[in-house]
Design a binder for this molecule. Structure first.
Ligand code: KIV
Length: 295
């Protein structure tokens, strides 16, 4: 069994398209891998879809590490990519390398992802020099939601598209093994994909990217708070889950669960002896705690 690696991702450019999915726990990692997903991103989107926050800003290093470890335990072949949470890499290059290193050392991830363009190139260079594969992320970068004024399509003007192009090139030059392009016009993503020496992974960036990524809960219909236009929902597991759980709740209420097939039995002699023991214990005279003859 060969494990997907960052160099293998680079080698796939122009050869085959790369399927990537977010995963936040052991079970999801196993399901995704069984489905043939090459790249598992423990995205900071877990803040929203798993932890119920409004955006991705509040998730911590420790929370991310907890989920990265679980995904790493479930993934045998896929490359596990840990998302660097907000303010774990922006303040200094040294802090960025230390935190990225924790994802490989303690989380057993194979790579990290960070958001931003030219401004994070020094962090990327230092991480790569330390032996940490890095995936870049430009376009709609949710950690900038406050500055961007919401989750909006990016790079719609020629000037903004050219800025994004320069950012993606700078990330590749700094050593990124790939770059996520989020929520940008398809022609911009196509031009970046053509020019970049490493794969682009699109999310809301059209069909010309070298790979695609979606959020696990969006693909399976498990998160109903927002519905981005670029998501294709492949199943309605949320609906099926509510149907199944309703049946369970009703069965408990009616007393039809557990049935005889879910019950553990006991040898009749052991049962009889047990009943005699509790009968003897309950009929025994209770001791008076105020009687001084009681030890
Ligand atoms: O956190 C995340 O899920 C992401 C992807 C959607 C690219 O960053």
């Amino acid at each position: 069994m060969t494990r997907m690696t960052a160099p293998a991702v680079v080698a796939a450019k122009g050869v085959r398209k790369l399927p990537m999915l977010t995963a936040y726990d052991y079970a999801a990692a196993r399901l995704a891998e069984a489905a043939g997903i090459d790249l598992l991103l423990v995205g900071d989107s877990l803040a929203m879809v798993v932890l119920g926050h409004e955006d991705t800003l509040s998730v911590t290093m420790e929370e991310m590490l907890h989920h990265v470890r679980a995904v790493s335990r479930g993934a045998q072949k896929a490359l596990v990519i840990a998302d660097m949470p907000f303010m774990s890499y922006q303040a200094s290059v040294a802090e960025a390398v230390t935190n990225a290193g924790r994802f490989l050392k303690e989380g057993r991830a194979g790579a990290v992802k960070l958001e931003g363009g030219r401004e994070v190139a020094p962090q990327v260079r230092a991480m790569v020099a330390a032996g940490i594969p890095v995936l870049g992320h430009v376009g709609l970068t949710p950690q900038h939601v406050a500055a961007l004024g919401g989750f909006k399509v990016q790079s719609k003007t020629a000037k903004d598209a050219a800025e994004l192009f320069a950012d993606a090139m700078a990330l590749a030059e700094a050593g990124c093994f790939g770059v996520v392009l989020e929520c940008i016009p398809a022609p911009v993503a196509a031009a970046v994909t053509k020019a970049l020496p490493v794969p682009t992974i699109g999310i809301g960036a059209g069909p010309d990217c070298d790979g695609q990524v979606l959020v696990f809960h969006d693909v399976l219909g498990l998160y109903d708070r927002i519905h981005p236009k670029f998501v294709k929902q492949y199943a309605e597991l949320g609906k099926s889950a509510v149907e199944a759980l309703t049946q369970y709740a009703q069965a408990v209420t009616k007393g039809t669960f557990p049935g005889p097939e879910h019950v553990f039995s006991m040898a009749p002699e052991a049962h009889d002896t047990f009943l005699s023991m509790i009968a003897a214990a309950t009929s025994a005279k209770p001791t008076d705690p105020n009687d001084p003859s009681n030890p």
